[in-house]
Design a binder for this molecule. Structure first.
Ligand code: MRU
Length: 343
């Protein structure tokens, strides 16, 4: 089973050289790697969605911190710039906090700062891959033999260190021979489903059908969807799930049709500070991502546009949350707290 779809790599001999990111804006038309030689270039690439997906932007920011240290920039300047890129995915802030702690300790202990920070970024990347593989094993057990499963956005190797969260669960179910079909929501307006998830499913030989977001209800009504599984950008202490815009609508549809609605996310996506859904900051992106497709205008000049990039699904609509530490069930206050407590 393919685990080597990864959004980032290093070019040159470290610590020289640059972080390279596969330009996710161009997939599947082109596979182009963009070099980021400075922490500023790393930050801009996150904002511009060269790289996207909650775990992937956290890992990318970790390497950005190491690059900033290598180039002699002050710690808090570097970390503040990396934090000021995208507001919703808590994995970004988790990775920045972890890099800050390691940076401070390396300075206090007189360690080789640059080598230490690159090693920490490598560890964050490797732990994410391991978490995805563990989620795959745990999540596949939730699915019935012959399951036809709908997913939203891209939660695969491109969105993580490799393998994926929700798509990792589907990869694991496919490997076990129990997955009959993936329904891929195209995921308007950024089309992560149509462009990225479709590309990953084809590469791995998963049986998959692409639909527009508005078709999901129709196929549920016809009994052709057995489960929905999505990733997350931030999950509050009580199980509020922020994920790609359109996720909440899917959860409502699942409740209406009696279909299980699963979330797969590593514990780095849990935010114990959040107790209510409205506390999660929702990124508002540009109107042009709604009014144009690949630079081609599809709406009249002058129309008012809204573009919240994420929505929040309340815990009562979530059947279970898969983390690398197992499957959390309601009530999430207790089960997610247990997932955050190392055994
Ligand atoms: O705006 P994006 O593409 O960064 O949004 C990504 C998502 O919403 C994913 O579902 C989420 O980050 C989980 S990725 C493993």
């Amino acid at each position: 089973m393919q685990t080597n779809v990864t959004p980032l790599r290093w070019s040159g001999a470290r610590p020289e050289g640059a972080l390279e990111l596969i330009d996710q804006r161009l997939i599947p038309i082109e596979e182009t790697w963009i070099p980021c030689a400075t922490y500023e270039e790393v930050a801009q690439a996150i904002t511009d969605m060269v790289v996207r997906g909650a775990p992937a932007i956290g890992i990318t920011a970790a390497y950005g911190a190491a690059i900033g240290a290598r180039d002699g920039h002050p710690r808090e300047v570097v970390l503040a710039r990396l934090a000021d890129t995208r507001p919703t995915a808590v994995n970004l802030f988790w990775a920045i906090s972890r890099m800050r702690a390691r940076w401070e300790r390396a300075e206090a202990d007189g360690e080789d700062l640059v080598a230490t920070l690159f090693a920490e970024a490598d560890a964050i990347r490797d732990e994410d891959l391991a978490a995805n593989l563990a989620m795959g094993r745990a999540g596949a057990e939730l699915l019935e033999q012959g399951a036809r499963v709908l997913t939203h956005c891209n939660t695969g190797g491109l969105a993580t260190a490799g393998y994926g969260t929700a798509l990792g669960v589907l990869r694991a179910a496919h490997a076990e021979g129990k997955l009959a079909k993936v329904w891929i929501d195209e995921t308007r307006p950024y089309l992560q489903g149509a462009r990225l998830t479709a590309w990953e499913c084809l590469a791995d030989g998963l049986e998959a059908t692409l639909i527009t977001d508005s078709m999901a209800a129709h196929f549920m009504q016809r009994g052709e969807v057995d489960a929905v599984i999505v990733g997350a950008d931030r999950i509050g202490a009580n199980g509020h799930v922020a994920n790609k815009i359109g996720t909440y609508g899917l959860a409502v549809l699942c409740a209406h049709h009696g279909i299980p609605f699963y979330v797969a996310a590593p514990t780095t996506t849990l935010d114990p500070e959040i107790t209510e859904g409205h506390q999660i900051p929702i990124e508002q992106r540009s109107a042009s991502e709604v009014t144009t497709v690949r630079g081609q205008r599809i709406a009249p000049e002058g129309i008012d546009v809204a573009h919240p990039a994420f929505d929040v699904t309340p815990p009562e609509l979530v059947t279970a949350i898969v983390t690398e530490r197992g499957v959390a069930r309601p009530p999430y206050g207790a089960s997610l707290a247990a997932a955050l407590t190392p055994s």
